[in-house]
Design a protein around this ligand. Structure first.
Ligand code: ADP
Ligand code: F6P
Length: 326
């Protein structure tokens, strides 16, 4: 490997954690080592950056983490960093530590934060990591596949008890502003209905769909509800239960189990490719970009483009949820 002109890279995980962040850290550290670059691990996202919580990481420091959920660097949501004063502190710490560039893995918010550093002259490569899969410029983010597999496992189990008791289940998946996980889970779990924040479905329509499933002789109804759908699943359950829909209703909120657990093979590979690519982009002078998976390729997507666009849900997948619910 040729020696790089970049001598020190800082790496952090930020925002909501996502399964695969550890394989990402491992890939960054080991790729840096291969090119003779020092890696400084930043603990606790932007909060740790502001307070200079750095530790040098060598190849042995990332042994045994490939299969672990969470992030060994920890993560945070930092109010301080949202302010120009926090960003100024962060830049001071970056300069004091002699960091030539930064690699930030996180969701939409973290990439917005990265752009603030870019605007002040810090070379950054962003890596999309969020179970929501709501980041423009990449087909997939770190953590999505593992979260989806956790959801599928849970819904398969709920279906057993739903059938035994002839019940309708509202199952809430994560996704404050994104219905991606709900739609995908709805298709692969054979849900009767999927409710997402991107589309308004009034409670009366939900009740009709469930009653219709009852009339068609179904033994259960599975309704996948994204976190951001309104009204909230608990409120919706109370409303439709009062409408006499054949089935009685139960609600399961899957919650943070979706963010934990060992990363799937897909997420380990994606995170590893993103980690290696992020370092290689910096060495090649491609900065202020995010590593994007487009088709099968690793593509540099300008961070400005990422944060100024909204990723839309595929209309085809939404249509499929309706075609297949028979
Ligand atoms: P995620 O990265 O998972 O979307 P957040 O939205 O909480 O999670 O963002 C992570 C952190 O990024 C925030 O806690 C904040 O420190 C920083 N951040 C988010 N948006 C901005 C912004 N517009 N300007 C500066 N920093 C931001
Ligand atoms: O952005 C990832 C996500 O898991 C969202 O789907 C969810 O709304 C949010 O984070 C939950 O955040 P917290 O970890 O702060 O509860």
């Amino acid at each position: 490997m040729e020696e790089s002109t970049i001598k020190t890279i800082g790496v952090m995980t930020s925002g909501g954690d996502a399964p695969g962040m550890n394989p990402f850290i491992r890939a960054v550290v080991r790729t840096c080592a291969a090119y003779g670059i020092k890696t400084l691990g930043i603990e606790g996202g932007y909060e740790g950056l502001i307070h200079g919580k750095f530790r040098e990481m060598g190849i042995r420091d990332v042994s045994g983490i490939l299969q672990r959920g969470g992030t060994i660097l920890q993560t945070a949501r930092s109010k301080e960093f949202r302010e120009p004063s926090g960003q100024r502190e962060a830049i001071r710490q970056i300069n004091n530590a002699g960091m030539d560039a930064l690699i930030v893995a996180g969701g939409d918010g973290s990439l917005n934060g990265a752009q603030k550093l870019v605007a002040k002259g810090i070379p950054v490569v962003g890596v999309p990591a969020s179970i929501d899969n709501d980041i423009f410029g990449t087909d997939m983010c770190i953590g999505v596949d593992t979260a989806l597999n956790t959801i599928v496992d849970a819904i398969d189990k709920i279906r057993d008890t739903a059938s035994s008791h002839n019940r309708a289940f509202l199952i809430e998946t994560m996704g404050r502003a994104s219905g991606y996980l709900a739609v995908q889970a709805g298709i692969v779990c054979g849900a009767e209905l999927v409710l997402i924040p991107e589309y308004k479905t009034p409670p009366e329509e939900v009740a009709n769909a469930i009653e219709d499933a009852y009339r068609r002789g179904k033994s259960h109804a599975i309704i996948v509800v994204a976190e951001g759908y309104e009204p909230h699943a608990l409120e919706l359950a109370a409303k439709i239960d009062a409408m006499d829909i054949g089935f009685s209703t139960r609600v399961t909120i899957l919650g943070h189990i979706q963010r934990g657990g060992k990363p799937s093979a897909f997420d380990r590979m994606l995170a590893t490719r993103f980690g290696v690519t992020a370092v290689e982009f910096l060495i090649a002078g491609k900065t202020n970009v995010m590593t994007g998976l487009q088709g099968t390729e690793m593509v540099p997507v300008p961070i400005d483009d990422v944060i100024s666009h909204t990723k839309t849900l595929s209309a085809k997948f939404i249509e499929m949820t309706k075609i297949l619910a028979k």
